[in-house]
Write a protein of this length. Structure first.
Length: 336
């Protein structure tokens, strides 16, 4: 297996591990100490995955099966999975799936249009759309699939995957920035661009027509945090956020990874850096499964599958499937 395939697998497995381990503490207060956390992860249990992984699996499955983005197929896969197991999802996303289910049950599949598929998400929150982090939390497979796409193609791919459930610009832009970070990490440490510069350029173009430069402001905050030797979890959570919105979770996930590239961690092995990313992201509290899953997708891509602790791999549900899906996405992009 070559380095890039190991990074593909690292990314999808990293996302599953973050979701499974993080879900133990989603909205738990107070977050226990690192020692207590590590003790819990040493206990002989299986940690189950949640909606984050359920939706990522559908994204990967659809891209692999169709070899392109087919939004109608992906919407059907999301909906069938939700109907089969509707627990642990965002508070309002179920409305989208019930409407999609009505479309799929009342019409001939071949007659359904993309416009109809995007309509339920546009109706959410009085027509504003959702700004939850549900589009960003499932996006890593798109980074693998779009590894060779140019910026425009990549943005379109992520935007359409997001639009099935999340129509608010904050929800979509969060997914584009998370996907960009994962794609960048697949080329780390030999990437010749700086991640924050890249994200800032993307955020500027995404927010060019908006009065609110919300993601650009978060990137500035990450830059400031990167200059500090260390900042407490509480301060990072206050500055970057730790809730179920994309704006208050994607920047926290990106920082959780970037922090491990600081000089003060240069003596850590890649495995220790992956662990540090996950434990720090969970220690931020709040939406821990999702922040750890998004951080895990970036760190797993950067440090590769060999750096994900074997004892964590063993206790997380869904790792084997993530491995297989990453392998197939690798074959799709590198063995044509
Ligand atoms: N839902 C959970 N965990 C339980 C969280 C309970 C918590 N106390 C809380 O909800 O605050 N986890 C899973 O949900 C998150 C992903 O959510 P997703 O897919 O984005 O769903 P949804 O329903 O679209 O949005 C999430 C919440 O944000 C509010 N919201 C979204 N857009 C809004 C808008 N335009 N105006 C006002 N509120 C908006 C929704 O009402 C939802 O409460 C992940 O954490 C996943 O693990
Ligand atoms: Mg979840
Ligand atoms: Mg919603
Ligand atoms: Mg969550």
């Amino acid at each position: 297996m070559n380095d890039m395939e190991e990074k593909f697998i690292g990314s999808l497995v990293g996302a599953v591990v973050g979701d499974c381990l993080g879900s133990e503490y989603e909205f738990v207060t107070p977050i226990p100490s690192r020692e207590k956390m590590l003790k819990t992860y040493n206990s002989p249990c299986i940690f189950k995955y949640t909606d984050d992984t359920a939706m990522s699996r559908s994204v990967a499955f659809s891209l692999i099966e169709k070899k392109k983005l087919d939004c109608i197929d992906l919407a059907k896969k999301f909906t069938d999975e939700y109907i089969r197991k509707p627990y642990g999802y965002g508070a309002t996303i179920g409305e989208v799936f019930h409407k999609l289910n009505n479309i799929f049950s009342s019409k001939e599949y071949a007659s359904i249009t993309e416009e109809e598929i995007f309509s339920p998400s546009k109706q959410q929150h009085s027509g504003q759309g959702s700004f939850g982090n549900g589009a960003a939390m499932r996006i890593a497979p798109a980074s693998l699939f779009g590894i060779k796409s140019d910026n425009k193609e990549f943005e379109d791919l992520v935007r359409k995957i997001s639009l099935i459930t999340h129509a608010h610009p904050f929800g979509i832009n969060g997914a584009i920035l998370e996907a960009t970070a994962v794609k960048w990490a697949l080329k780390y440490p030999n990437n010749d661009s700086d991640l924050l510069d890249k994200l800032e350029t993307f955020a500027k173009s995404l927010e060019v027509d908006s009065e609110q430069k919300v993601y650009q402001e978060k990137i500035t905050l990450i830059r400031q945090l990167m200059l500090e030797y260390e900042t407490s979890e509480e301060d990072v959570a206050t500055k970057l956020g730790n809730d179920v919105t994309a704006l208050n979770s994607v920047p926290a996930a990106i920082y959780s990874f970037l922090r491990t590239t600081k000089e003060r961690f240069s003596n850590l092995s890649p495995e220790e850096k992956f662990k540090e990313t996950i434990l720090f992201s969970i220690s931020l509290g709040g939406d821990t499964d999702t922040i750890a899953s998004m951080a895990g997708a970036i760190a797993g891509a950067a440090y590769s599958i060999n750096c994900i602790p074997k004892n964590w791999i063993k206790i997380c549900e869904g790792v084997d499937d993530a491995r297989k899906q990453a392998h197939k996405l690798y074959e799709l992009q590198h063995c044509k």
